[in-house]
Unconditional design. Structure first.
Length: 221
């Protein structure tokens, strides 16, 4: 744009000095906007100003939280009454089941926290030799007993930290250590059985048949 056009644009904008004008590449757009609407007389709005001085005059408009207007027509749920809140005093207290599964996360006394004497009353961990004599079903059941006990110990630890009890942490950690040793022993036994199964499968694929070997031994004797 020529300098004369920029000077004319500055004169239309209210006599602003050239130093305060926008860059030259925006001059064409400002030129046309000033010619079309030299003065902005209303706030920004996507729709025209309502003639009702703030009231919503549209018959097809729904609920408006700004204008506090309800629906212009009845809805499908209008024939159903709205539910009324119920006072907590009128509600019946739930019956606690003595065999509820959540009681497993608490001590046998069903107290919030067990005493150090109760946490310390546990036996030694299961040894590997003892677990080798167990069946798969027994190992599976013992594993989930350990998982259940560790969940109870973790719940008690979080509760002690929240209440800042200041006691029972050592006994609880010792109980958790015994359970973890048992779980490691179960994994050790299952790993031995897995390796034994792999060796037996390799022997079978190589052509070894234990019944044939037994027959040869019986014939030689």
């Amino acid at each position: 744009m020529h300098r004369q056009s920029v000077t004319r644009l500055a004169r239309q904008c209210g006599g602003l000095p050239l130093a305060e004008l926008p860059p030259a590449y925006l001059a064409p757009s400002l030129h046309f906007s000033v010619i079309r609407s030299p003065i902005q007389c209303s706030n920004f709005s996507s729709t025209a100003v309502a003639a009702g001085h703030g009231r919503d005059l549209s018959k097809s408009r729904g609920v408006s939280a700004i204008h506090r207007t309800g629906p212009k027509f009845k809805l499908g749920v209008s024939k159903y009454p709205l539910p009324k809140p119920v006072s907590p005093d009128t509600l019946q207290k739930p019956q606690l089941s003595p065999d509820h599964g959540l009681w497993a996360f608490f001590p046998r006394s069903r107290a919030v926290l067990a005493t150090p004497v109760e946490d310390n009353a546990h036996g030694r961990p299961w040894s590997i030799q003892e677990l080798r004599e167990k069946s798969w079903e027994d190992l599976h059941a013992l594993w989930w007993v350990c998982v259940k006990e560790r969940n109870r110990i973790a719940t008690a630890s979080l509760e002690r930290a929240r209440l800042k009890a200041g006691y029972g942490e050592y006994e609880l950690n010792e109980r958790d250590r015994a359970v973890r040793v048992t779980q490691r022993s179960i994994k050790h036994v299952l790993r031995e059985r897995w390796y034994a199964w792999e060796d037996a499968q390799k022997l079978y694929n190589s052509g070894y048949r234990p019944q044939e070997d037994a027959e040869e031994r019986s014939s030689t004797v």
